[in-house]
Write a protein that binds this ligand. Structure first.
Ligand SMILES: Nc1ncnc2c1ncn2[C@@H]1O[C@H](COP(=O)(O)OS(=O)(=O)O)[C@@H](OP(=O)(O)O)[C@H]1O
Length: 352
């Protein structure tokens, strides 16, 4: 821990002065500038126990939730440090703690850690490392508690956090809007089928004895009925979750980042994110290299360091092979929801 503290002190002292924030980006920098046009392809009642339940709906779902520790929580890893220590806060001296002006609200396993770690390279971004889970689990602790988790910022710096479970938390949109209706929201989305397998892979790594992905996917395998109460499946119904956010925020205040492009073209996606946040485009392709061993883009220099940095071993896991017929059935299941999501956001993510 002593080393970590020393590192952070050095980091804070080396932080350059903030850049002047560019003017707020125009709507066109966000994916999809068109508002939702009336959509009612099916009643959501058609999906019993589909969303936002807090009680596991099936023994299998319960098994997974139990394995995940009630609700999923990102494993702590070197790239997810805790909020600044009292020592670093003492040395950081200047600046003050602000409520976040921008939040990465989802989606779980979408690539949220990669996005936050890449953004932290920007001198005008300060972010809390660990997931605060304020708007889903700790709301009763109050905004003063939440603000105290944040790092200190100087004028012109943006405070950020990421908690991917907010995207599927029914109360989160109203709560974030009550904090500030100007909050900018970033959602990293990924092919829902791959996302579900990634989610399952994480649970499997903690509980190797859980049932197979194939058996968890179906309520009844012979009829092919998908178990939409399984969180790994329901999180991927992005259109449904987005509906709730659009009741509280205009689409222009949301940015949808492609989890796939964050891997294939991290600088391109970071360009869009910097525009959206009104930041000067400082993070460019010069900041990244492709690490063949990791199989992912990594930072040439992490924040406050001169060394190359890849995300930890819990990011970029090898997924188990899934029965292609089950994958096909899942693709079929998600297709209408994906199409609706493309329509709502004005962007085709190319998952179908
Ligand atoms: N650069 C880089 N390095 C490593 N991993 C990367 C990167 N960019 C995106 N990803 C993908 O991020 C996936 C994990 O997503 P999250 O960070 O959102 O997961 S979590 O919800 O916070 O647990 C993770 O999912 P898995 O591959 O299933 O492990 C990765 O595919």
């Amino acid at each position: 821990m002593g080393i970590a503290h020393g590192w952070r002190v050095q980091l804070l002292q080396r932080k350059p002065l903030p850049q002047t924030l560019a003017a707020r980006c125009p709507t066109s920098c966000c994916v999809g500038s068109t508002q939702t046009v009336g959509w009612s392809p099916m009643s959501w009642q058609a999906f019993p126990r589909l969303l936002f339940q807090t009680v596991p709906a099936t023994p299998l779902a319960a098994a997974q939730e139990k394995a995940e520790g009630a609700t999923s929580q990102e494993e702590q890893s070197p790239e997810a440090p805790d909020s600044p220590s009292p020592i670093s806060s003492f040395f950081s001296g200047s600046g003050s703690k602000q409520l976040p002006q921008a939040i990465i609200i989802g989606v779980k396993k979408g690539g949220t850690r990669a996005l936050l770690e890449f953004l932290r390279v920007h001198p005008d971004v300060r972010a809390v490392g660990a997931e605060p889970h304020f708007f889903d689990r700790s709301y009763d602790k109050g905004l003063a508690w939440y603000r105290d988790l944040m790092p200190r910022t100087l004028d012109g710096q943006i405070t950020m956090e990421k908690t991917p479970s907010y995207f599927v938390t029914r109360e989160a949109p109203a709560r974030i809007s009550a904090m500030s209706k100007d909050t900018k929201l970033i959602v990293v989305v990924r092919d829902p089928v791959t996302r579900a397998i990634s989610d399952y892979t994480q649970t499997l790594s903690k509980r190797p004895d859980i049932p197979t992905f194939e058996s968890l996917t179906f309520k009844n395998r012979s009829t092919g009925l998908i178990d939409t109460s399984w969180s790994a499946i329901q999180i991927g119904i992005y259109a449904k979750h987005l509906e709730h956010w659009l009741r509280h925020f205009p689409l222009s205040q949301m940015l949808f980042v492609s989890g796939e492009r964050l891997i294939s073209d991290p600088a391109g996606e970071l360009g869009r994110v910097q525009d959206f946040l009104g930041l000067k485009r400082i993070i460019t392709d010069k900041h990244f290299y492709f690490n063949k061993t990791k199989g992912f883009p990594c930072l040439k220099k992490a924040e406050g360091s001169s060394k190359p940095h890849c995300l930890g071993k819990t990011k970029g896991r090898t997924h188990p092979d899934i029965d292609p017929e089950v994958v096909r059935r899942l693709r079929e299941f998600y297709r209408p929801f994906n199409r609706k999501f493309y329509q709502m956001t004005g962007h085709d993510f190319g998952w179908d």
